[in-house]
Design a protein around this ligand. Structure first.
Ligand code: NAD
Length: 487
């Protein structure tokens, strides 16, 4: 298996290497095989990227927005045309099943490029009547922006940040997760091919240290992070100390509420998607599934049967549903939570172990796992696990379910399954979460804003609102008469 890019970084429209940077081995999580060898960015690489971005951004900001958008829309076409190749690369980088990456990852990146490539043409300031004089607002770009990604949706995260940033007239330096450095480089090449001038989208590799160097660089105006709450606090703190703009897309422990009148198969399907897709490594996962008493037994029976039918295996096999976790360290973390759940007295209803898969013995697999008899104060009910571990609870009243759902430091997402539409909207209105689904789960079309409240983040990605987060308002007062002055 081989996925070696031409070099580690992409700066000023070309691949760049600096072998003085520490080695970064890229591992295929299904076999632990090394598929590429890169280098972390040195301070020199960080400087080169910021310089290239600063030099390129002013002319880009002057371009007609629709022309900028045309380049992004061309990039969307190229991503779609190369979907199979990009999906395979994403599978090698993340270990996620090809069945998923073929429909979700490059496709979502293309949607963001297309959406912002279109939207920017109609994204304007306002005209404000002042009774004679008038005012208007301009939406101006911020300058050089930094995107920092998590490992679970590498190309999607890169595009969700780059597309609105570039559309609004900014330059971006993107630092992928050190676990998944490959597809951001492919996106950079595609943007160049689509006509993006050199220096506007740069990729530098590195871990937290490189991320912090970028955030703290005086030439950078904004950071958008996708990562854990812990990292978010550090990045937001550093950005805040320099009065820089920041968007934080962080973790969660989201609730799914299943009421007695719900369609059982849909609720089970939603809960499974919200716990096992991408081997549970999704920030918005509904890992606390609250099921009303009257439907609990039937829900658990169908959940168990359908979870047993999940096929784990080689992610490149189109029949495989579930691949491995990203790394040995992440598997240890997930297994230690499963152990903590048992120790604290939850009932391990299904899974919980490491499957034995022929030929994939070195991969980082964990079985899809379901806990029942979980108390709300247990660690598995409170902390983000980021693996395929579902906790199922039962509840009696709507009031109780809402209170328990909201009893968390997080507030990224929430789901409600019911046939009673009045209840669905009433409950959603009271859930403390930035992204909610009614009779669905984990769908994130680019047209809808995405992001969290409480410790799950600040700011939003996607939809027109993302453009607000990559621009600043200038207000202009225009006098149409004389200046009235007492002096
Ligand atoms: P992480 O916080 O460990 O790392 C995220 C990124 O931040 C990486 O690129 C990392 O190198 C970088 N980083 C680490 N320390 C830094 C620092 N001090 N300064 C600047 N950058 C730094 O997260 P992860 O383990 O890669 O990803 C999993 C987490 O991401 C989970 O908590 C998950 O919920 C969250 N996530 C959130 C969303 C969302 O949109 N809300 C999406 C995906 C993942």
């Amino acid at each position: 298996m081989h996925a070696q890019p031409k070099a580690s970084h992409y700066i000023n429209g070309a691949f760049v290497e600096d072998e003085r940077g520490a080695a970064l081995d890229v591992v295929y999580p299904a076999t632990a095989e090394t598929i590429a060898r890169l280098h972390l960015a040195t301070p020199n690489i960080v400087e080169l990227a910021v310089e290239a971005a600063r030099a390129a951004q002013p002319a880009w900001a002057q371009m007609k927005p629709m022309e900028r958008g045309r380049i992004l829309r061309k990039a969307a076409e190229l991503v779609r045309a190369r979907n199979a190749e990009l999906a395979r690369l994403e599978t090698l980088d993340t270990g996620k099943a090809l069945q998923e990456t073929l429909v979700a990852d490059p496709a979502s990146a293309a949607d963001a490029l297309e959406f912002f490539g279109c939207a920017i043409a109609v994204y304007n300031g306002e005209h404000i009547e002042l009774g004679g004089p008038f005012g208007y607002t301009r939406r101006e770009p911020l300058g050089v922006t930094v995107g920092i990604g998590a490992w679970n949706y590498p190309i999607q995260i890169a595009a969700w940040k780059a597309a609105p940033a570039l559309a609004a007239g900014n330059a971006m330096i993107f630092k992928p997760s050190e676990n998944t450095p490959l597809t951001a480089l492919a996106l950079a090449e595609i943007l160049t091919e689509a006509g993006l001038p050199a220096g506007l989208f740069n990729v530098v590799q590195g871990a937290g240290e490189v991320g912090a160097a970028l955030v703290g660089h005086p030439g950078v105006a904004k950071v958008s992070l996708t990562g854990s709450v812990e990292t978010g606090k550090k990045v937001m703190g550093l950005a805040g100390s320099q009065m820089k703009h920041a968007t934080m897309e962080l973790g969660g422990k989201s609730p799914i509420l299943v009421f007695d009148d719900a369609d059982v198969e849909n609720a089970v399907g939603g809960a499974m998607l919200g716990n096992f897709y991408s081997t549970g490594q999704i920030c918005s996962n509904g890992t606390r599934v609250f099921v009303q008493k009257g439907i609990y037994a039937r829900f658990l029976e169908r959940l168990t049967a359908r979870t047993r039918a999940i096929r784990l295996g080689d992610p490149l096999d189109p029949e495989t549903h579930l691949g491995p976790l990203i790394s040995a360290a992440q598997r240890e973390r997930v297994l230690s939570y499963i152990e903590a759940g048992r120790q604290e007295g939850a009932h391990l209803h299904l899974g919980g172990g490491v499957p034995s898969l022929q030929g994939l013995e070195k991969g980082f697999f964990v079985e899809p796992t379901i806990f029942t008899e979980v108390r709300d104060d247990m660690r598995i009910a409170r902390e983000e696990i980021f693996g395929p571990v579902m906790c199922v609870f039962s509840f009696e009243t709507e009031e109780e379910a809402i209170a328990r759902a909201n009893d968390t430091e997080f507030g990224l997402a929430a789901g409600v399954f019911t046939r009673d539409l009045a209840r669905a909207h009433r409950v959603v209105g009271r859930l403390q979460a930035g992204s909610c689904w009614i009779n669905a789960y984990n769908l994130t079309p680019v047209e809808l804003p995405f992001g969290g409240v409480k410790n799950s983040g600040i700011g939003r990605e996607n939809a027109l609102t993302a453009l607000d987060h990559y621009s600043q308002i200038k207000a202009v007062y225009v006098e149409t008469g004389d200046v009235e002055s007492p002096y």
